[in-house]
Design a protein around this ligand. Structure first.
Ligand SMILES: [Zn+2]
Length: 85
């Protein structure tokens, strides 16, 4: 037994809407791991549709508490201002 694969975080896709990193699962669904999971040191991304999982390769220091400057971390969701006509 082991993980299906090892995937570098750079090869995963950031989903702004769901706030998770995703990676294609052979079953057709997507492996998912959240930013919170990464900050907590979690390295397993699971597929919600099957029993497979992958090991995510990343540098935990990249996912510590929000850096002083925004850096490349995703910005918090803020409602888009309504343009004035
Ligand atoms: Zn799957």
């Amino acid at each position: 037994m082991g993980s299906y694969d090892e995937v570098e975080i750079e090869d995963m896709t950031w989903n702004e809407e769901l706030q998770v990193y995703q990676y294609s699962c052979p079953c057709g669904d997507l492996f998912e791991i959240s930013l919170e999971d990464l900050r907590a040191g979690e390295e397993i991304a699971r597929c919600p549709s099957c029993s497979l999982y992958i090991t995510v390769i990343y540098n935990p220091e990249d996912f510590q508490e929000p850096p002083p400057d925004a850096g490349k971390a995703p910005l918090p969701a803020t409602p888009a201002p309504v343009p004035v006509q």
